[in-house]
Design a binder for this molecule. Structure first.
Ligand SMILES: [Zn+2]
Length: 83
């Protein structure tokens, strides 16, 4: 991938999250708390943050929950530049 293309593809947080979701949940979305697959996207402001609700344990999560990316202090776009 060319550098220019890389920056275009991961231009913002949304693009990074979508990419991560497609990668981590390639075989289907699951809850990082209980492993349940009965999950639904939250609406409103939460949807912007790509937050999901688990119907099994009633927990909320994003694709970075319980990963090293969850405790990040920088925007995702910065990490994608490093990776
Ligand atoms: Zn769960």
């Amino acid at each position: 991938m060319q550098i220019q293309e890389f920056h275009t593809r991961f231009a913002d947080e949304q693009a990074c999250l979508i990419f991560l979701e497609q990668t981590v949940w390639a075989n289907g979305r699951f809850c990082p708390h209980c492993g349940g697959t009965d999950t639904v996207p939250l609406r409103g402001k939460a949807a912007v943050r790509h937050l999901y609700h688990c119907r099994a344990c009633h927990g909320q999560f994003t694709v970075t929950t319980k990963t090293w990316l969850h405790s990040r202090k920088l925007p995702l776009t910065k990490y994608f530049e490093i990776l």
